[in-house]
Design a protein around this ligand. Sequence first.
Ligand SMILES: [Cu+2]
Length: 169
Amino acid sequence: MKQISKLFGLFISLLFMLGIGVVFAQSMAEMKVTNGWIRATPPNAKMGAAYLTVINHQDKSDALIGASSPLAEVVEIHNVKEENGMMKMYPVDSLEVPSKGTATLKPGGYHIMLINLKKVPKLGESHTLTLQFRQSPDVVVELPVKQSEAVSRDDEKSSMHHHQSHKSQ
Ligand SMILES: [Cu+2]
């Protein structure tokens, strides 16, 4: 009887270690998201933007291929380019995240565009954003709403361009 309970105990601890192994393997298979925030928008704004950094710990490259949020009807990945001295933004299908590397979405560059806002993101709130990847499972993050002034002066300069591009559309 004692032997059996000993075996049972061993069995349980094996299961436990296996479980930890699975959880660990899963966390390694995921993309990580840091420095995420959503830009606070004025009331009645139709569009908003979110910024974040994606970290790929995996041995193979992956790509951000889409996103969704209860905040907006349509969510797109955008980049910006200069055209006739104006910063214009345009949708992209995907954003590569190299193996053991990062992809940065920030004012003046790649960003998550929230189109046809159902709810205006206000300072102090936080909202859910789901990121879709080519290979890795979806990552759901809760991002704080911040004012664009919270970012560095350099970023602020480019984000002003970014605002113009919103109006020009
Ligand atoms: Cu955009």
